[in-house]
Design a protein around this ligand. Structure first.
Ligand code: MN
Length: 718
């Protein structure tokens, strides 16, 4: 068990001016107020604050942080008050303890909402003092180390939360040992069987691996020494979580001896020695192209610096090597703590700019009101992998890996993103969805008429872009739903002999709106537009004798129509849902005649419902994008729709019969056919078909294509 004297000794090692008296006082106070309390393990509660303080010492934190670590549970779990803390330990300690207490005190409806709200509060507290986060991390780490005493379901929840939020936070703070340990502990709880079999598998070839590591170390040691470089060469098993991730994502097998090992060269001296050593490595074994990463010249946002390379090793295996200076190594392990300066009481960060990401996260949280969404974007922002690109002026911008030109635009400024109309990557025009790669030079153009599109959400990856786009789309959708609902209601009113305009004028809609939506007539329109409320209900509220909307007749079963028949198959439904609502007046664009299964988009027309076009219909591109609305085919719709295909073939007897037989054989009705023969011995045939969905059509077109003598089959649009 960790004792207070151990903590005191270690603090003095790195911070000789530390206030030992205060530390001791905090220890005695904690021991007193937690006296008689036990942890789930059955051990005295005091062990927990002591261990948390010990972890803060590992992080080389200042004395006040350690005092706060010792006291972190006193206000929450004992009768201690914040005033008492302030009186005994001062304002700064009170501030830290208060920040921590606020985070855990809140109770919320669901675990997820609570989690999201906790993080919001935590971020606010952190923004005032990052030490609050470090104490929180230390608290979590000790709880993870003792997770085994918790009921399994509870442990799962905590492990999941740790993996989602605390692991990325530790990573962002650059504290690699903590990131590794938290990640491994959560993996052990979340996937116990996988970890057990992984460890079993790794045991298998332990000896061979040790030999291999020794061999490589020997070679590197010798070569570096010959070059006059003083270095420590190490080979080690990669961390469990990353081996696990690799096994899952790439389907590797553990028999692949080398994939689980990474080598590290830690050099005395400055970064010049690193490139010298890199040259020696590449001279010894050929480098794997594209695997060299210079995080020395371009450090990761968390401050991490190293050279990474992969080479083809002595057995033709891929070997990963990191090269860094001693100073960089220390920084990689300690992270933020390596930038801590001890001056007077407490301490201060030398380089605040390193944690600009934290402030950016905070600035944005005001824009996100849905806690789920907040958590979602937070996770993206905390994600470890980055890509570096350049502005036209040569400034470095780092973005999450997979980021697109549009993410870049949003990273420059929300307004640049919202109005982004085009992108040039390395001088070439690219779509906004173009994924960026390290070193790309990106330039974007804006257009005041451009506005955020829902489709953009399909490719942007950064939290900032996602939350800004969602926000804008939601606003636009609300406006459109109101307009749509207003149109639907207007029509329904007309049928019932009412006038919407007059009712609005006289304020006679106010009561119904309040009754149905708890809001204004505008809210009423929105509810109808979103499909939450039926327009006929509103009419009945004003005119109770108005008949209930006729029940829809059952959809007729699909039946064969007479060959070459002209009859349109009866179908009561258009098979389209607008904003999730199936009861909306819908017309189809004659220009593109979309079929069920085609990608579609809708446009609101005032009073005439929604017009549906194919996504790629050129006519629809000319329509006002502000009137665009989400439409989708109703699941399993068999509302047959008319479409036309053109078949070009040799002019041969029997061929025409073959084509029509193929079409009707697929259960498709032909409503019209035209055949023209040409002097060059070819024939063009055009068929108007009633087809249930695009898959059937595609299948039959493929079949026609295979008929001997057929040159081409195409769908005719417009
Ligand atoms: Mn605690």
């Amino acid at each position: 068990m960790l004792r207070f004297n151990d903590i005191a000794d270690r603090v003095l090692e790195y911070n000789p001016d530390g206030d030992l008296r205060l530390l001791q006082q905090a220890y005695v106070f904690t021991a007193k107020v937690h006296d008689g309390q036990e942890r789930l393990s059955g051990e005295p509660y005091l062990i927990h604050p002591l261990e948390v303080a010990g972890i803060l010492v590992d992080l080389r934190m200042d004395d006040l942080t350690i005092v706060a670590g010792l006291l972190h549970d006193t206000v929450e779990d004992t009768l201690t008050t914040l005033e008492e803390i302030e009186r005994l330990f001062g304002e700064e300690v009170r501030f830290l303890v208060e920040g921590l207490t606020k985070i855990s005190k809140m109770t919320y409806r669901s675990a997820r909402v609570r989690q999201a709200e906790n993080f919001r509060k935590m971020l606010v507290a952190m923004s005032k003092d990052i030490r609050i986060l470090l104490i929180k991390l230390a608290d979590r780490l000790h709880n993870m180390r003792t997770l085994g005493f918790l009921a399994p379901e509870k442990a799962q929840v905590i492990a999941q939360e740790t993996r989602d939020i605390y692991v990325p936070l530790a990573h962002r703070l650059g504290i690699d040992w903590m990131r590794r340990e938290l990640e491994e502990l959560s993996l052990r709880t979340l996937k116990p069987e996988a970890v057990a079999s992984l460890e079993q598998g790794l045991k298998g070839r332990h000896k061979e691996r040790e030999q291999y590591i020794e061999e490589v170390r020997g070679v590197l040691d010798g070569k570096l020494r010959d070059a006059g470089l003083s270095a420590e060469v190490g080979g080690r098993l990669k961390d469990l979580a990353s081996i696990h991730a690799k096994l899952e994502s790439q389907g590797l097998s553990l028999d692949d001896l080398y994939d689980v090992i990474a080598f590290r060269i830690v050099l005395k001296g400055d970064s010049a020695a690193l490139y010298h050593a890199l040259g020696i490595v590449h001279d010894t074994w050929p480098p794997v192209p594209g695997r060299f990463k210079d995080y020395v010249a371009l450090p990761k946002p968390n401050g991490y610096q190293s050279l990474h390379t992969a080479v083809i090793g002595p057995y033709g295996e891929r070997m990963e090597i990191q090269i860094r200076t001693e100073e960089m190594h220390r920084a990689a392990e300690l992270g933020i703590a390596a930038h801590w300066r001890y001056k007077g009481r407490g301490g201060a960060l030398e380089d605040d700019a390193k944690f600009a990401w934290l402030r950016q996260l905070l600035e944005r949280q005001g824009e996100v009101d849905d806690p789920h969404e907040f958590l979602d974007t937070l996770k993206v922002d905390l994600f470890p992998d980055e890509v570096f690109v350049f502005t036209p002026r040569g400034d470095v911008v780092n973005l999450p890996r997979g980021a697109t030109a549009l993410d870049f635009a949003y990273s420059i400024h929300s307004e640049v993103g919202s109005h982004c109309a085009g992108a040039k990557v390395n001088g070439t025009m690219r779509p906004l969805s173009h994924p960026l790669e390290d070193g790309d030079r990106v330039e974007v153009t804006t257009n005041p008429n451009q506005s955020p599109k829902k489709d953009w959400l399909e490719f942007v990856v950064s939290g900032k872009a996602r939350s800004r786009i969602r926000h804008a789309v939601r606003l636009a959708e609300n406006a459109r739903s109101r307009e749509l609902g207003r149109g639907i209601l207007e029509r329904e009113f007309r049928k019932a002999g009412l006038s919407l305009a007059r009712l609005l004028e006289r304020g006679e809609l106010e009561d119904v709106a309040r009754e149905k939506t708890n809001g204004s007539p505008e809210d009423l329109f929105a509810a109808i537009g979103y499909g939450k409320l039926a327009s006929s209900d509103v009419v009945r509220a004003l005119k109770p004798e108005w008949k209930k909307k006729e029940e829809k007749p059952e959809r007729p079963a699909r039946r064969m129509l007479p060959f070459f028949g002209r009859e349109k198959p009866r179908s009561s439904s258009t098979g389209i849902r607008v904003n999730g609502h199936g009861d909306v007046l819908v017309r189809f664009g004659n220009c593109c005649s979309p079929l069920p299964g085609d990608e579609i988009t809708g446009f609101v027309t005032r009073g005439r419902g929604v017009t549906v076009h194919a996504r790629d219909c050129p006519i629809s591109f000319g329509l006002d994008p502000e009137r665009r609305i989400e439409v989708e085919w109703e699941e399993g719709t068999n509302a047959a729709r008319q479409t036309r295909i053109r078949v070009t073939s040799r002019d041969e007897p029997g061929l025409l019969a073959n084509v029509t037989k193929t079409i009707s054989g697929a259960g498709i009705n032909i409503s019209a056919a035209r055949i023209a023969t040409h002097s060059d011995g070819t024939a063009s045939q055009s068929y108007d078909l009633w087809v249930g969905d695009v898959r059937t059509l595609n299948a039959v077109m493929k079949q026609i294509e295979r008929i001997k003598g057929v040159r081409s089959v195409e769908r005719v649009r417009g």
